[in-house]
Ligand binder design. Structure first.
Ligand SMILES: [Zn+2]
Length: 234
């Protein structure tokens, strides 16, 4: 396989998958934003109620600028919700708020994949920067560096594989947070079964798909570099 063909085969399908996932999030979020939760609470109310019901008193709920910028900060113990989710009363707002509470509950319970993920974060950050730099040096400097270039390339690939490790362990963390959100909102009747629950589930499932797409993309990138490295050794 030629260099360009190889590149396209490994990069284009993951790109299309992540574009499709991003489009699904946008479309399902827009739809579920039109469906008001019959309970009448906002995302912030919902988050605070679920935290309290789970005896978590050390996590604050705040608003943060941006669209779909919602996240849980395990270091600061703060749940930051975008204005649309914080103030929103739609099933989209409640679903996302409950998903982030799911992360706070994971944190409070010492959920193993989350603990491992948080431990890998600094390594993955090194892998995504230094790893890629070493890969570029190893590939571009192959002729000048000789066998040293090959070893630099292998070192870069090893570092970059930490990014894959991070993304793989992040998948159960994200799936579990969404599963918790669905259960919590169904059990508390904050989101009614039927059309409301379905619209909310579609948003959470689409969001999960974006994580899968990102992981597939990184794995394909890693494989691409591994193939380039093996071709260089021939
Ligand atoms: Zn999440």
């Amino acid at each position: 396989m030629g260099g360009l063909t190889l590149y396209l085969v490994f990069m284009i399908p993951p790109l299309l998958l992540s574009l499709w996932a991003a489009w699904r999030v946008k479309a399902t979020y827009a739809q579920a934003s039109q469906v008001l939760a019959s309970s009448g609470f906002t995302g912030a109310d919902t988050a605070r109620m679920i935290l309290e019901a789970n005896n978590i008193s050390n996590v604050r709920v705040e608003t943060t600028p941006g669209h779909l910028s919602d996240h849980y900060d395990p270091r600061a113990k703060v749940l930051r919700l975008s204005p649309d989710v914080y103030n929103g009363r739609s099933v989209a707002a409640l679903g996302i708020a409950a998903h982030e509470v799911g992360h706070a509950i994971q944190d409070a319970n010492g959920y193993a994949p989350l603990v491992i993920r948080n431990g890998i974060v600094p390594l993955a950050n090194v892998g995504s920067t230094a790893g890629l730099i070493l890969i570029m040096v190893g590939l571009l400097g192959a002729s000048a560096l000789g066998s040293l270039g090959g070893w630099i390339l292998i070192g870069g690939i090893a570092l970059f594989s930490l990014v894959v490790a991070f993304q793989l362990i992040n998948l159960p963390v994200e799936f579990d947070a969404s599963a918790r959100a669905k259960r919590l909102l169904a059990n508390t009747q904050l989101v009614a079964p039927g059309a409301q629950a379905q619209a909310m589930n579609r948003v959470l499932n689409a969001a999960a798909l974006t994580y899968v797409a990102a992981t597939v993309g990184t794995i394909m990138t890693l494989l691409y570099y591994i193939i380039l490295a093996s071709q260089q050794r021939e």
